[in-house]
Write a protein that binds this ligand. Structure first.
Ligand SMILES: [Zn+2]
Length: 419
């Protein structure tokens, strides 16, 4: 029998970074993601899941039929993403398991890379535990290989132990980190009645609310002319771009917001006097405030045009995803099953908090596959201080096994359907 820690370490060492700048029709964005996809297919087949397959866009699918007598149970989907974020290198990841006794945690003596307790107070929760960490030079990729490892480990244990369960549908996706994780997801072929992503944070915290999200590309059309002879003629697009940004509320940025507070995030800016381009992302849990934020960008453009002439500021806003709660609120038994499974796995007080982002699950929910998020136990994602406590990974495995247990599914899901 394998174990979840060895699995995470094995998957973490495989380079699967996705690429924001890959052409829109590149699916997956990077070929290296196939390395993990093919390994997962091989491992699933090794566990006896013969139908495991990887399609040409790097989605891995597998189904495990219901055990005899459990055919009446709903088919439950389990989903995790294989890619790691381009925001921090995920090449040559050297995972290590460190015992944490409290205080600062030295990741790399040679390069003096230390995870300081003062900067990462959540470390205190894990004093006395073993943590899967990096050597401080890369991310770990527990986001989301912890999710992948937990699902594979739970499947191995269920099959080895002969535990009864309904039909299970497994999906491992590429390109989640660049927002393309469900572009080619085959919802109909997947075959689940509802699903859970395993992606993200503390093992006690599940999620069913996401941001509403849009991306706005703001183009400032200036006018360039030799600076020596430009009086009353030049319109410096770079300076006007700064004015545009100045029209947005300065404290409504990621650095100043938390919880249910939305924001504008200027994530890229480049330009010369003739032309400048700013890329914003707009986020809010509330649909009403989300619409107001998008309108605020248009109003800022109107202001700029009044100052510098029509067509100076051009805003192109595209919605990216919506808050899954808008759909899930009518199917809260699916959320209740997640919480019940976490309790059955030994988490006394599961909590839920709004995701300050999106998940594959929120895209899938809008494609018709309801899909809240279960935790996978990773911390400090997207950076060199990413880690996953061993105990959390094991709890994750127990959570998945509880989630598919006939008794729990019957009580929480089917009871409701009988009413
Ligand atoms: Zn993730």
């Amino acid at each position: 029998m394998d174990n979840v820690v060895d699995r995470l370490i094995r998957y973490a060492k495989i380079y699967t970074e996705s690429d924001y700048h890959a052409p829109a029709d590149a699916a997956p964005s990077t070929r290296c993601q196939f390395d993990l996809a093919h390994l997962l297919v091989e491992e699933l087949r090794g566990l006896g899941v013969d139908n495991a397959r990887c399609d040409e866009t790097c989605y891995v699918y597998a189904t495990i039929p219901a055990t005899p007598g459990c055919e009446h149970l709903p088919a439950i989907g389990l989903i995790a993403h294989m890619d790691t974020t381009p925001d921090m290198t995920g090449k040559d990841v050297k995972p290590q398991v460190l015992h944490y006794d409290g205080g600062d945690l030295v990741l790399n003596r040679e390069q003096n890379i230390v995870m300081e307790a003062a900067k990462f107070p959540e470390l205190q929760k894990f004093v006395g535990q073993d943590l899967v960490c990096t050597d401080g030079t890369t991310l770990l990729g527990a986001d989301d290989k912890a999710g992948v490892a937990i699902i594979l480990q739970a499947v191995e244990e269920l099959l080895a132990e002969g535990t009864p369960h309904g039909k299970l549908c497994l999906g491992f996706t590429p390109d989640e980190e660049i927002g393309r994780g469900t572009d080619h997801f085959d919802v109909a072929g997947f075959g689940a009645d509802f699903a859970y992503t395993l992606d993200g944070g503390d093992i006690t915290d599940y999620e069913y609310e996401t941001f509403n999200a849009a991306k706005s590309v703001v183009t400032i059309n200036g006018f360039s002319i030799h600076p020596g002879t430009s009086k009353d003629k030049m319109k410096n697009a770079i300076l006007i771009a700064q004015e545009f940004n100045g029209l947005l509320p300065p404290l409504e940025t990621p650095a100043h917001t938390e919880g249910y507070q939305g924001f504008f995030h200027l994530q890229e800016m480049h330009g010369v006097a003739e032309k400048a381009v700013m890329e914003y992302i707009v986020r809010d849990h509330s649909m009403e405030r989300f619409l107001q934020r998008k309108a605020a960008l248009d109003q800022a453009a109107e202001q700029i045009d009044r100052r510098y002439g029509p067509g100076t500021a051009v805003v192109d806003t595209q919605d990216q995803y919506y808050n899954m709660y808008e759909v899930l609120k009518d199917h809260m038994e699916i959320v209740a099953l997640a919480e019940a499974a976490m309790k059955a796995a030994g988490i006394a007080h599961p909590t839920h908090s709004p995701i300050r982002g999106g998940t594959d699950g929120c895209m899938l929910t809008y494609k018709g596959l309801l899909c809240p998020n279960l935790p996978s136990g990773g911390h400090n994602a997207h950076g060199r201080f990413e880690f996953a406590p061993v105990e959390s990974l094991k709890t994750g495995v127990r959570t998945v096994k509880a989630l598919v247990s006939p008794a729990l599914v019957e009580t929480v899901i089917l009871k409701k359907e009988e009413n």
